[in-house]
Design a binder for this molecule. Structure first.
Ligand code: FER
Length: 300
């Protein structure tokens, strides 16, 4: 009787709470994209579209540079790869804040630079003085020995790698980055952001570990996002600790209800955050645009 009650209870909470990718079939997962979009009065644009050339290479190329890092991980039992963007004028004589920027379900450590030209977006902003200089790390957020997306990245065991990245990030990647580059090492100077699955990871791990991260960004967060009550169990604590909490989604994205749910809880519990609903879908336009706006508000 007790088991029956518990399993009914866990099914009910599952429907309202976080979807566990390791328990959901690929077909069922994809159906989330077809959810109806219902917009409320405050689901509106906070920021305009960036200038047309915001991710076009500048004459003379990058002022900063793209580097790479590999690090040993006890989570995967392998050496793992990350890309690293170093800002213009990077020098060991200074210390820099660090943003960890996470990819989506089909991506890897190259997705942000290939699809969104994130290194160019950041390089332009920093060389124009519109963003403070910071280091950006592009990890592979699928913490598996074979961390490629494979032919079906929605496959439960592939999707499960995104939850396993929490330990890899905190215990292995961050120490490797801070050992190799000239970084600040306090929470105020560390941020976590990402798109879709990476947006869910950012909310889950970033808000879950305020001792590590002062700022969090989630663009088009996926169903792996924990319920708002799990993300922010003590609004009064988050309210005073968080430096920047940025949430965005396109109004043509069937996943928007996961972000709306987070935004509405934060709003109702008076946790300061930025909520930007633009006119895009689940695509590179909204991710590039929101990185552009997020980066300008980070580490101020
Ligand atoms: C899902 C719908 C979308 C899901 C994941 C996604 C694992 C991720 C999309 C992306 O990262 O772009 O149901 O479940």
């Amino acid at each position: 009787m007790k088991t029956v009650f518990l399993s009914i209870f866990s099914c009910l909470t599952l429907a309202l709470a976080q979807e566990r990718p390791e328990e959901v079939s690929p077909e069922r997962a994809r159906e989330n994209f077809a959810r109806p979009v219902v917009l409320a009065a405050d689901d509106v644009r906070l920021f305009p579209e960036p200038p047309i050339n915001y991710r076009e290479a500048q004459g003379g190329g990058l002022k900063g540079r793209l580097d790479s890092l590999d690090y040993p991980s006890a989570v995967t039992g392998t050496r793992r790869k990350a890309q690293v963007y170093l800002p213009p004028g990077y020098t060991d004589a200074k210390k820099y804040p660090v943003l960890y920027l996470l990819h989506g379900i089909g991506g890897d450590e190259q997705e942000w630079t290939r699809l969104m030209k994130a290194h160019i977006i950041l390089d332009r902003l920093m060389s124009e003085g519109k963003a403070v200089p910071f280091i950006t790390v592009f990890p592979n957020g699928r913490a598996l020995a074979d961390d490629s997306p494979g032919s079906n990245p929605f496959e439960p065991h592939k999707a499960a790698g995104f939850a396993m990245f929490e330990k890899d990030l905190l215990d292995h990647l961050i120490p490797a980055v801070e050992g190799r580059f000239s970084t600040f090492t306090d929470r105020e100077h560390r941020a976590l952001a990402g798109l879709s699955m990476g947006g869910g990871q950012s909310l889950n791990f970033g808000l879950g570990h305020p001792e590590f991260f002062g700022s969090v960004g989630a663009f088009s967060a996926a169903p792996n996002t924990r319920s708002p009550e799990q993300l922010v169990p003590e609004p009064a604590v988050t309210r005073v600790r968080i430096r920047l909490l940025y949430i965005s989604c396109g109004n043509k994205d069937g996943l928007i209800n996961f972000s709306q749910r987070t935004h509405r809880y934060l709003r109702d519990h008076h946790v300061p955050h930025l909520w930007n609903v633009d006119d895009h879908g689940h695509d590179a336009e909204t991710w590039g645009s929101n990185l552009y706006h997020f980066a300008q508000r980070l580490f101020l």
